[in-house]
Structures are given as structure tokens and as C-alpha cells.
Design a protein around this ligand. Sequence first.
Ligand code: GLN
Length: 452
Amino acid sequence: QPGDILDALASSIDQKNDSVGAYLSYDLESAKQEANTADLSKPLGGIPIAIKDNINVKGLPTTCASKFLDGAYTSPYDATVIRKLRDAGAIPFGRANMDEFAMGSTTENSALGTTTNPHDPARTPGGSSGGSAAAVASDTAIAALGSDTGGSIRQPASHCGVVGLKPSYGRVSRYGLVAFASSLDQIGPLSKSVEDAALVLNAISGYDTADSTCLNEEVPDFTQGLNDGVKGMKLGLPKEYFGEGIDPAVRQKIDQAISGLEAQGAELVEISLPHTAYNVATYYIIAPAEASSNLSRFDGVRYGNRVEKPEDILDLYRRSREGGFGPEVKRRIILGTYVLSSGYYDAYYNRAQKVRTLIRKDFQDAYQNVDAILSPVTPSAAPLLGADKDDPLQQYLADIYTLSANLAGICGISVPCGKVASDNGTQLPVGLQILGPHMGEQNILRVARAAE
Ligand code: GLN
């Protein structure tokens, strides 16, 4: 019974949340009420799903793991994905920790709590959807929703040993997701199996008049053809993704997974994505630019944190933002404002947009010859907590393999492909990334299922 599942999850959260810290909050009573009326004949009937804390759920707080919104915002409406999950019988349950406003790769930028990796408490779960990934990996959630702007579903999924899928841009409505970089953001599932990812994707996909970037395209049943195997499929190996910089142990697991797919009848094809070297620079201009604009709504007037007794309106903005945002969010706002400012706009933002077009074209060309592309998700396994604390650039560089999917608008999935030994004697999961063409989710799910 759904009520029993919720009780079991709640007691498991009580046991583990002190150590793992996947959840910022949960409301067992309201979830149980929903469970009483859940339609168990539906595809996700009675299944609780953890929700990243930047997706609005009616009646629950949305904090984006920021002091700006903590204790100051309760959503009066459901995001479209939440409405769709409910329509499929699921029960949104619990708010998963994240990097503040989804900016980061370790969940350490959360202002409201620490999440650790369920495979090694000294390490990060990845990020920014680290709470969603850690919840699924620690058996405190059956599946979760995350958001992915530059890898934030796939990378924590890889570090925590779960499946994480970033849908094609426009596949899933962003209405009710707190915007980070609107041209890159997508909501997607984190789950224990590829089949579960397909089931959740079935539920959340589809046209929505409330999001003008959501495409009016037929939603296939993503569970269909899952087990068809990879025989005869052409899988591309971009030579730029297998160069220097990958940890040799991680590389070995990726190579094994690729050989496994070849043994099942896939044809491997070496390809080139020539603009790969510009992924990081392009993303870290476009994402902060959009963020600086999106986050201007957090001004002390409309939402959340508002200082007492401001001298005037500028003082209200300045001090509300100074006290409400953490250091990484401020860094991005400053960077974004700079690249958009008059005199620099052409040199940075406009150029980045042109390079983005070239990156997208690299993929369009590649998919003329292959059905999907294989690569690592990250150059190394989960980092120790605090490892890159004073070196944001080092963290940005580790996003090299995931950013391009968002820049190109294509879909990608991370599927566990083994574990590597860490220095402190733990075994850390590694994920294989499978990138598909725009609206090619069926291809990547099929490959991921074969790699599982
Ligand atoms: N790590 C990337 C960043 O910090 C991606 C974040 C995301 O996908 N939300 O921007």
C-alpha cells in the first residue's frame, strides 16, 4: 500500500538523513493523505517521488537551497511536471537538497544543509541535483526529479550510481521550475533503473501552453523498445572526449562498458566534435548571463528575503541581495552582468552565442552518421567534500563532458557502469554518458538499458 511505502521511506529518511542529508524537508502527513486516494491502476500509482527544491509543489516551501527563500516562500501552485506526476498517480514527496539556485557541481553551495555521497560519507554526491541523486542511492526515494542546466542530473547520477536523464530542450515543461538559465534548463528523472527513468519521463513529458519553449510534439511511450538491444546501432565515440584529463580508472570502466555494447552487436564509430574545447568557456558565459537576468526578480520586493528599515529602494535591493545570496550565486550574477554590459556584450555574450551554434552543428553533423554518442560523464569519480572549495574554475572544468548537451539542446543519460577504488578505500560509482539527437530519447534509453 502507498501509505506503507511512505512510512518506510520516512523511517529510512529519519535513520539516514543526518548522515546523508538528501532532504531539506518533507511532509509525511499531506503525502499520506494523497496516498489514501491514489489511483493504483495508473502507471506511477502511489509511488512517492522526491522533488528537487527548485520545482514548485503547491503548499510546500521552495527554497532553491538559498537563504533568500528559506522560510519565506510557499508555492501557491504546482509546476507542470508536478501536475503531470499527480495525473500519473505519483505522490510528490520531500524537497531534495541542491546547490543554491542549481549553481554548482557538489551540492556544497547549498546554504541550508550538507549532503554526502551514500557510497562514501567523506565525498560529495555531485550536483547540483545532489539531494535527488543521494535520495535514490540511499534508498530514501524510489525516484526523484532534478534539473539539468549543464549536467546537474547526469553528473550527480554518475557520482551516486543511479540513472539520470536530461531530456531534449522542449521535451518537458519548465513552468514552475525556478529559472537558472532558461535556454539550457530541463527537468528530468533520477532513478534506480532505466525502465523507471522511462516511466517517469512518460509522465512528465509533453506540450504545455504555460511554457512557450515546450514543443508541441507527440510523446512516444518511452518504455517501448527498451529491450530491443543495440544490435546494428551505430554508436559514436568523439575523439575529443577521450583525450587527456580522464582518470585512468574511470577511463577503464567507460572502455569496458563500450566493449560490452560492441559485444552486443553495436557498431562503434570514431567521430569528431571539433568545438569541444570551447564547451566550458561558452557555457560559463551564457549560463551566468541568463542567470543574472533571471535572478533579478529576487530583489527584496517580490520574493523572499527583505531587509528591515531600508533607507531607500536601492538600499532595499542591495542589502536584501547581499544577505540573501551565497558567494557562488553572487559570482555568477557579477560575471553575467559583466558579459551582458554595453561594450562587452559583443566581445563575450554575442561571441558565445555564435560558438554555441557551432557546437550545436557539431552534433547535427555527427548524428548524420550515428544513432547515439558515448562518453564519460565526468573526468573523475566523486570528489572529497571541500576539495575544490576555493577553486571554482577547477569545478567548472570538470563539467566538460556534460555542458554540450545543454548548449546543443539534445538529450543525454548517465547510466552506472561500475565502480573504482578511492584513496580512502571506498568504492565509487562511475557513469557512462549516452547522448542522443534532439527528441531522440528512445535511442539513448535503449542503449542505456543494454549497458545496464
Ligand atoms: N555545474 C554546472 C554549473 O554549475 C551545471 C549546473 C546545473 O546543471 N544546474 O552551472
